[in-house]
Structure formats: structure tokens, C-alpha cells
Design a protein around this ligand. Sequence first.
Ligand code: AMP
Ligand code: MG
Length: 441
Amino acid sequence: MNAPQLDHSYADAFPELVHAAHAEEQPDPQLVVLNDDLARDLGFDPDWLRSAEGIQFLLGRGGNRTVAMGYAGHQFGQLSPQLGDGRALLLGEIDGRDLHTKGTGPTVFSRGGDGRGALGPMLREYLVSEAMHALGVPTTRALAVISTGRKIMRTGAVPGAVLVRTAASHLRIGTVQYTRLVSRDMDLTDRLCTYARQRHYPDLDTHDEFFSAVMDAQLSTVAQWMRLGFIHGVMNTDNTTLSGETIDYGPCAFLDRFDPATFFSSIDTHGRYAFRNQPAILGWNLARLAEAMVPLIDVETAQETMNSFPERWEKAQAAELARTLGTDDADIGRRWLEHLEVNAPDLTESHRLLNDDPDSISDAQWVADWRALDPQPMEHPFHIPRNHLLDAALRSAESGDLTDFHELLDAVTDPYSDHGVEFRGPAPEGFDDMFRTFCGT
Ligand code: AMP
Ligand code: MG
């Protein structure tokens, strides 16, 4: 097979927003994991991707045009006017989805970083994003992880790797913010928002509708995070997509016991991105999008749409709660959330009990009242990427043994089948108190 032809609609349309850039040569690239199903869905031949030529293609060195995308972003509330792909390249688009490789070496956006990725964090993104996809959450997908043969410096010398992923697009709130910093008139912002609308919401006609649609898409995604106990960890505006897909799996983690104040990220010193804050932070990020789009949307309309955010959040949350409980009874939903808050049980196991053994739920009155409502059948996962399991699997992978990684990957990408107790249940007592996640790794 010849190297696949990719489209370059974004790079063609927005020379102001991209920098032509080349992936560095890798000393000894080895394919660590390839997503055969996704490869076939995209029209790639997995066997060809495994060939030396295919690997060079995935590394961004297949001779096709590659660019680093510019974006800005509010990071922990502060505007960074120039972030951009400091260690990643857009290879192009296939079937309307971006193909993108992370860990390809320095670009004009690297700000002193080495532009590289470490094997552990790249495998982490691979596994968690594929788990999220299997759980039905809109997300970027992972196509491959390739070790580079390079040692890179982090807390010590660690093996380097690249991650190849696909996304509906890599356009973020931060991309719209960037257009305002790159250009003084609104033409660029207008074109970018039109491009994003046509690509992600082709049925819509106006910027007002586009802004509203981004809000709905993100609300639905974040409501699903909240149902599953997912903590993104770094909800900066550069990590909030216009498509609604979850992106950037650096410091993310799932909570075990239901403690809404939980956060794990080592750089999130004040818990800005703690589990319970995620809906409010999304609202804050959308307000930054509105600001960047005014006057494409007029101030009053932007304000009105923002004012509808709390009500839309209630709706999105109620929909997820109804999915959890098999009933949209508001009172039973409120009492369930109270049960979780008061007893702080393991969230995933509590959901499974609703399927498997409701009588063992401690609030017998709630169970009786819930049963009386004759709930619809519910679908709850057996498996999420548990922090302690993923941590252990990545440690083994870093020392060359991928057995645990593949077993865990099998479980979390088939989460509605029971793969055994070893992949279920919370971390041992005390683990979460010590557990920290890292981004930009
Ligand atoms: P993230 O925390 O992954 O959202 O990254 C925030 C910004 O830091 C983005 O502009 C990244 O491209 C950049 N960045 C993260 N790690 C590196 C690295 N090792 N070298 C260069 N830039 C990086
Ligand atoms: Mg990012």
C-alpha cells in the first residue's frame, strides 16, 4: 500500500494559524500498541501501518505536509496568548477527522520544552481515551503509541514515545482566542468560527447557533464525566474543544469513593479543577469563548446564552441521572445523590449494585421507593481505568512488560462485560491520598 492521502483543509484555509514544521527523526522507532479497529475504520491497512514505511507515516515523517497549530488559552485562569502545538503536529485530515502525532520534537511553540513525550503518559492517554470511547463519551481516539528509542529527561531518564490520535478536530476555545490575538479585525475569527461550525455543526447557519451548540456539546460531555467520576484535571480553555470531544489526558483520573472535592493533579494546588467544580469551570470557559466571539455574536445574545447555562446544566445532569437510575423521578435522583455524598461509596461499584444487587445498598427506604418506580433497564460499566491499576500497568510497561497494560486495556475497552474482580473495586485504602497526576509529561 502507498502512504494514505490526507486532506489539509485546515492548513490550507488558515495559514495565519499554523506553522509548517517537521517531525524529528527517531533513533529506533518501535510500534508499542496499534488500534487495529480504529485503523480499519479510518481506511488504513493495519499491516501497512506496522511496516517501516507505515511507522514513518505515523511519526509524521512520511513526506506529507505537517503543521503545528497555534492556539492561546486561559491556564488556571490566566491568559497565555501563545501556546500552540509545542510537541505535536497535525498530519492532516482523513474522513473529516484530524490525524495528529504528539511527541514529535520541538516547534516554534515549544517555549523551551523538549517537544517530546514519555512512554508512560502516552500509553496513559491511549488507554484512558479508548476507555472513554468505549464508555460512550465523546473523545479523541488513540491510534498508536510508538516508542522512539530515545531516553528523555523527566524526573529521571525515561523512555520516549509518540502518541498518534484522531479527533473531530483540534480546534479549541483557545483557537478562537488566538485568532483575536493574531489579527486585529474580525475576519479571521469569523472565518475560523464558520469553518468550525461547518465541520462540527453542519446543520447550523449562524455564529449564535454555533456558540449555543458548543455549549450543549460540552455540557453533555461534562455531564457524562460527572456520571462516571472522571476528573479531567486541566480544564484550561486550550483543552476545551469546539466539537465537544474530551481532549488532553495528561493529569486526568477517575475518583473511586464519591468525594466531590477530589482532585489529583500535582499542579492544581488549589483544586480549581476538582471533580465538583467541572460544570462551573466549563461555564467559565464558555464565557471566554463568548468574549472572543463578540461582536460576531452581539453582547446581549452572548449574555442570554450564558444566562441559560445553569438551566441547561441542570437538564444535562438530570439526563445522566435518569440514565444512572433508569427513572427521571427528580426526588429519587436527589436522594441518590444525597446517598452518595453522605456515604461516599465507590461510585462505579454503587452503579453496578443497581444492576446486580440493589438490596445491599445501605438506604433500604430509597431502594424500596426506587423499585416502586419500576426503573428501566440500566447499563453500568464494570470497569473504568482505576488509578492504582493503571499506575501499576504503566510502571511495568516502562520496564518493558506490556502484559498488564494489555489486560487492563482489554477490560476497560469492553467495560460492560465482567473481566474479573481484579479489574474492579477501589484502590487499596490510602492509595488515593498519595496519588498525584502530572501534565505536560
Ligand atoms: P498541556 O498541558 O498538554 O495542555 O500543554 C500545554 C502547553 O504546553 C501546550 O502548548 C503544549 O504543546 C506545551 N507542552 C507540553 N509539554 C511540552 C514539551 N515537552 N515540550 C514542548 N511543549 C510542551
Ligand atoms: Mg493541551
